[in-house]
Design a protein around this ligand. Sequence first.
Ligand code: DI6
Ligand code: FE
Length: 416
Amino acid sequence: VLEKSNSVFIRGANLASMQDGSHDYGILEADVLVKGERILKLVPRGDTLELPANTRILEVDGAWLLPGLIDAHTHLVFAGSRAQEFERRLLGESYESIARSGGGILSTVQATRNASESQLLSLANHRIQAWIREGVTSIEIKSGYGLDLDTELKMLRVARRLEQENPIRVHTSFLGAHALPVEYQNSADAYIKQIIDHWLPEAVAQGLVDAVDVFCERIGFSLEQTRRVYESAKQLGVPVRGHVEQLSYLGGARLAAEFNALSVDHVEYLTPEDCALLASSGTVATLLPLAFYHLGETQLPPVAALRSHQVPMVVGSDFNPGSAPLASLLLALNMSTRLFQLTPEEALRGITQHAAKAIGHSELGQIKEGAIADLGIWNLEHPSELAYSFGVHSPLYRCVKGHWYQSGSQKELNPL
Ligand code: DI6
Ligand code: FE
C-alpha cells in the first residue's frame, strides 16, 4: 500500500517569514514545501524543485503567508461573569478595591469551583472558536480560578482537552498563586506552602503544567512568596513566568530575570534599569493592551526602554472575565500600536516570533526550513494591515499540526 503523501506546496504567496534577526517582516520571495508538521523547503521564486509524488499544490497568487498566530497569555477557562463589577467600576470603584472586598478574582473562583468539568469545557470550547477564526494556532491558558487542588487540576485538564478537540495547540500555565482563597485568609505563607509542597508537584506529575506563573502584586503575592514558588518550579524543571509590575512596582521582573523566566507580563510599572536585566536573562516582556484599556489604566509600559535594550516584546490578549473580557488577539494587536506605540511590525512579531519565546517553543512563530509549519494564509496587501485595521481580517487557510483548514471552518481540507 502506498502511503498517502502529506506534502503541500504553497505557490505564489508573499512571505512574511518573521525570522529571528530579520528586518521588514522577514519578507521573502519563495514558495514553501510543507511535509507533515514541518517546513521542509523554502524555494526561491524562479528556482525549480522536484515535488514529492502526490503533493497538493496550493495556488495562492498574491496572498500573504504568515506564521500561525500565538496568544501567549490568556485565562480562557473560567465560569461566571463579572459584568456587574464592571457597572460598579464605571460608578467609580476601583479594580483593586473590588478585589479587596471579596469580588474580582475570588468571584470567578466561586463560579469556577461550582461548574462541572464538562460545563467548563463547553464554555471554553465555545470561546476558543474566536481565536481559531482569527488564525491563532497556539494559545497559552492559565489555571488560577480554582485556588484549591481539585479545581486547579480541573481547569488544566480542560485546557488539555481543548487541544484534543480543536485545531490549535494549547500551552498551560499553573497559576495557583493568583489570589488568596477564603480558606487561607490571613495565611498567605501557609497557602504558598501548600502549593509548593503538594499542588504544584501533583499537577506537574499529571503532565498538566508547561509553565508556572505567579501574580506578584499588592493584591496578589509578595516578592518573597513569588521566589518560593519559582524555586519550587525550578526544582521540578518547569519554566516560570510572572504577572509583575501591573498595578505597582514590587520588583517582580528582577526576580523573574534571576530565574531566567520565559516572560514577564503586564509590566506597566517596569523600570528602564530592569529592562537591562530582562535582556541579559533572555526574558521577553508580554504587553497586554486589552487589560490596560479595559481597566482604564494610565501608566504606560516602558516600550522605548524595552526597545533600546532589545527585550523582545510580546502582545497577548490576557483574555479573562475581570480585566480583559475581550476575545480577540487581533484587537490586542491593533491596541498595542495605538495605546503603546508599537509599530505594526513589532506588534506582529509580538504575536508570532516573540510570542513563541514566551511559551518556550522556539520552533513556532517563524517561517524557516525545519520549523513547525503552523501557518496562516491571508488576503492582505501588506502584513502591516493586520495591526492597522480591525474586524476585517481572517485567514483564507490555516495549517496546524500538519492539517490544513479553509477560512473559519473546523473541517480539514480533503486529504489527497
Ligand atoms: N492580572 C490580570 O490581568 C488577570 N489576572 C491577573 O493577575 C485578571 C484576573 C481577573 O480579574 O479575573
Ligand atoms: Fe493575566
